[in-house]
Design a protein around this ligand. Structure first.
Ligand code: AHG
Ligand code: MN
Ligand code: MN
Length: 313
């Protein structure tokens, strides 16, 4: 009996559950999958092909753009525009959204390369995407997402996504160039020992955050893990349980992580896996964005850990 399920087979099976499905979503996800494979193959050759180092340009947040950032962004813009399924697309690397085809079925937001500061150090990085129905309004709350997901370029390349009925993970088999179902129906375990935050900002956090950190560090066998690529920190949290925190601090009074490009897609995944996400004690998926590049403080992970954190807010 064939126990192998490719991402394409899985999406098609999902599509058959919706009688009026047109194949549009499948086509869109297939274009994302193709982009992921091409980015993955480039990342594997980082340092060999000329995609290392900075381009000298600055992105909209006035941060140094790494070449792989640019390559990934351009690839996703091109492939998604050619898919025929996109109304508007917005990238963390672009100053505003691009109108591809007003009648396109879906709007897509993406962070083409998450964890850019880690590109040259062989540390896991990722791509994040968030999909909405196209009704012309781009500033919708995250609860209106149709689907979201990420690709993590780590010791293996994984494609993890939700369509609103659970979370499934697929591992790229480089030998056949296909993503194969490797982690069906992912459920986040209860948190026990892992917290993930940039402690370098400890003195700049609010007192409630510092009090929370001081207390949990007194617990038995508590462990700190912080990669600096949100996709990697969230993927570990999804698989092992725990809590990821990127609170506001004096230098980033509105938080650092982007609502549309990072928080909404990853909070949708965490929630679908039975976890919890909060931004200033609210569900971030309820926030109606005022602008595409809006940032927000974010805490997400195992429900029991996030509820414990809320006691300090
Ligand atoms: P990006 O590379 O897309 O800008 O995202 C980086 C984000 C996120 O991935 C990570 O959790 C966070 O920045 C790390 O920020 P600090 O270096 O301030 O900890
Ligand atoms: Mn990012
Ligand atoms: Mn990025």
């Amino acid at each position: 009996m064939n126990t192998i399920t490719t991402l394409t087979e899985f999406i098609l099976k999902e599509e058959r559950r919706y009688k009026n499905a047109t194949g549009s979503f499948t086509l869109l996800l297939t274009h994302i999958e193709n982009a992921a494979k091409i980015i993955a193959s480039h990342i594997k050759r980082t340092g060999l092909v000329d995609i290392l180092g900075k381009t000298g340009a600055k992105n909209v947040y006035y941060e140094d753009v790494q070449k792989l950032d640019e390559f990934s962004n351009k690839l996703l813009v091109d492939l998604l525009s050619e898919s025929g399924q996109v109304g508007y697309l917005a990238s963390e690397e672009l100053p505003e959204a691009i109108e591809v085809d007003k009648k396109g079925q879906y709007n897509i937001f993406f962070d083409p390369l998450d964890g850019s500061s880690n590109i040259d150090t062989n540390i896991s990085i990722g791509t994040i995407f968030s999909i909405y129905h196209n009704d012309g309004n781009l500033l919708k709350p995250g609860k209106k997402q149709v689907a979201s997901g990420y690709i993590i370029y780590g010791s293996s390349v994984m494609f993890v996504y939700t369509f609103g009925n659970g979370v499934n993970g697929f591992t790229l088999d480089p030998g056949i160039g296909s993503f194969l179902l490797s982690r069906p129906n992912i459920k986040i375990p209860d948190g026990k020992t892992i917290y993930s935050i940039n402690e370098g900002y400890y003195n700049m956090y609010e007192s409630s955050t510092r009090k929370y950190l001081d207390t949990i560090k007194k617990e038995e066998n508590i462990t700190a893990r912080y990669v600096g690529s949100m996709v990697a920190d969230i993927h570990r949290t999804l698989i092992k349980g725990g809590i990821f925190l990127y609170p506001r601090y004096t230098k980033k009074p509105n938080g650092h992580i982007r609502l549309m490009f990072e928080i909404n897609p990853l909070a949708f995944i965490i929630g679908q896996a039975g976890g919890m996400a909060v931004s200033d004690k609210k569900n971030p998926l309820d926030i109606t964005p005022q602008k595409l590049e809006q940032r927000a403080p974010i805490v997400m992970g195992s429900k029991n850990e996030v509820e414990k954190y809320l006691e300090y807010c």
